[in-house]
Design a protein around this ligand. Structure first.
Ligand SMILES: O=P(O)(O)O[C@@H]1[C@@H](OP(=O)(O)O)[C@H](OP(=O)(O)O)[C@H](O)[C@H](OP(=O)(O)O)[C@H]1OP(=O)(O)O
Ligand SMILES: Nc1ncnc2c1ncn2[C@@H]1O[C@H](COP(=O)(O)OP(=O)(O)OP(=O)(O)O)[C@@H](O)[C@H]1O
Length: 480
């Protein structure tokens, strides 16, 4: 980054989440990722630098080790001219979705992260003039808790995502319940994965975005303005999947294009090199818990048809979904088992506040921090050390439950065996803060209670009426 030559006109708004805002360079394949804060909760420049450096270190020393260097791009912290940041902030303000404007871009520190632009990621196989399609998926938690500390029976049957959907709709965050269930996507079963991806395409929420040549063409820019027009999407995608079939259009063509997209994404998600040390977690973190979520329309339909639940995860060990799931499963105790251990650490810190640094609560996220995460024992010896290890593992697991997967595809004409050159990466690997644990505990209770009381009660009433009337409850699964 040539500091002196920074020109805000070369950068454009790219996207944002709850905690950071990203701008992309118009020509070069790089982005700048800035932190965001609620107004009046400004931090010092030194604190912001440290925060960003922690994110980089965590990516480099922890997530790269777990997920593999091919998938993790941790970037670097850069210092930018304050005038550039100020002008950039003014330039992009009008493009920001209203729902994200409760937080302001940090314009005071001058620090940001510089990362490769994963929507336009080029490898030696991606000729520069070739168009690039990129699908971003935020898959969320792919397993049902297996911890014996879970007290709500419902949590052993229905996954958190599916339960949370009902609370989100009730509170107005989204308009309708999605048919997507993370357990279907993580199943490794092609039919279930197709169903999951098609469901994401129907109701993208903040779990799916599609970019063409770095521009967002599909997905929610704002909670209040969902773009979900399949024929428009198919129009964008047709040159990628049916390059020679220039004239065909209409619903038949739309379905064919969507089917191709879903098939290609499934194939890419199931592919993968076996780098990274996620294998070190395998002995303790084999498939556990139920393989299906009772709320998934796919499994409901199978049950209604009297069919068996599909086979357990067939995810290949090298693929990113498998590795991400392994890291998610570092949450061995569930928040219900973890919360008392968090309280043990808290009590200790109240007595010995100066120990916070030694315990590496706020970093550094170095090799020693990573090594401690590999201890998967669940035998509580009553020590602060045990509690701390579980707390840190939980934070890492929560990070993996909230990250996104970027799949970049580029037509590849030379290679007759596959029509696309692709790259898969993971983003948003910021370690979840220690302080968020009480919030997680409260939210968990709220999600389960809301689902149990309202949805199940309603469901039971509907089901009993349906059975009385001997209605067919078969969901027609369209082959995609
Ligand atoms: O708690 P969840 O599952 O709702 O996840 C939050 C996400 O909501 P989602 O359900 O994916 O729409 C939420 O996403 P949105 O802001 O809703 O797009 C954030 O990713 C949040 O992380 P952080 O607090 O910014 O670090 C996420 O919070 P964490 O739980 O990961 O801390
Ligand atoms: N390296 C990158 N290349 C391309 N696009 C990126 C990159 N990093 C982030 N983005 C885009 O910016 C968006 C916001 O980034 P990110 O998910 O990191 O924000 P966040 O505020 O940390 O998210 P959250 O709401 O989960 O806390 C992403 O959804 C993605 O579309």
């Amino acid at each position: 980054m040539e500091e002196g030559k920074m020109d805000e006109n070369e950068w454009g708004y790219h996207g944002e989440g709850n905690k950071s805002l990203v701008v992309a360079h118009a020509q070069r394949c790089v982005v700048l990722r800035f932190l965001k804060f609620p107004p009046n909760r400004k931090k010092t420049s030194e604190e912001i630098f440290q925060h960003l450096q922690n994110i980089v270190d965590f990516g480099k020393n922890v997530m790269k080790e777990f997920l593999g260097e091919n998938y993790v791009h941790y970037g670097e912290v850069v210092q930018l001219p304050l005038e550039f940041v100020k002008q950039l902030c003014l330039k992009i303000q009008s493009e920001r979705p209203e729902s994200r404007c409760d937080k302001d871009l940090d314009t005071l520190s001058g620090y940001a992260m510089c990362l490769p632009n994963l929507t336009r990621l080029q490898t030696y196989r991606f000729a520069e003039h070739r168009p690039i399609l990129c699908v971003e998926i935020k898959p969320k938690c792919g397993f049902i808790p297996f911890s014996s500390d879970v007290t709500h029976e419902m949590k052993h049957k229905v996954c958190r995502y599916c339960m949370h959907q009902h609370l989100k709709v009730a509170t107005g965050k989204w308009k309708q319940i999605s048919k997507y269930c993370p357990l279907d996507l993580y199943s490794g079963n092609k039919q279930r994965m197709h169903f999951a991806l098609k469901s994401l395409l129907q109701e993208a929420q903040n779990n799916l975005k599609i970019f063409k040549n770095g521009e967002l063409i599909y997905g929610c820019k704002d909670a209040r303005s969902p773009v979900a027009d399949w024929s428009e999407l198919a129009h964008h995608l047709k040159p990628f999947f049916f390059p020679s079939n220039g004239l065909a259009s209409g619903p038949h063509c739309t379905r064919a294009v969507i089917r191709e997209l879903v098939h290609v994404i499934t194939r890419v998600l199931l592919s993968g090199s076996d780098k990274g040390r996620a294998g070190t977690l395998s002995p303790g973190l084999g498939p556990q818990g139920p393989r299906v979520c009772e709320a998934s329309p796919f499994s409901r339909s199978l049950r209604c048809q009297g069919k068996n639940t599909p086979e357990r995860s067939g995810l290949p060990k090298g693929c990113l979904l498998y590795k991400t799931l392994q890291v998610q499963m570092l949450d061995l105790l569930d928040i219900e088992g973890l919360y008392p251990l968090y309280n043990r650490v808290e009590r200790y810190l109240e007595e010995f506040p100066e120990e916070r640094k030694t315990l590496q609560i706020d970093g550094p996220y170095d090799e020693a921090f990573y090594q401690k995460l590999l201890d998967l024992s669940t035998e509580d010896d009553g020590t602060v050390a045990f509690a701390l290890t579980k707390v840190q593992q939980y934070r890492v697991a929560m990070t993996a439950k909230d990250c996104s997967i970027m799949i970049a595809l580029s037509p590849c004409l030379q290679d007759a065996r596959s029509r696309f050159a692709f790259s898969v990466s993971v983003l948003d690997l910021d370690l979840k803060p220690y302080e968020s644990i009480p919030h997680q505990y409260k939210l968990d209770g709220k999600i389960v209670n809301y689902y149990s009381k309202t949805v199940r009660a309603k469901d039971n009433a509907v089901m009993s009426t349906r059975f009385k009337e001997s209605e067919d409850c078969t969901l027609v699964l369209h082959k995609v």
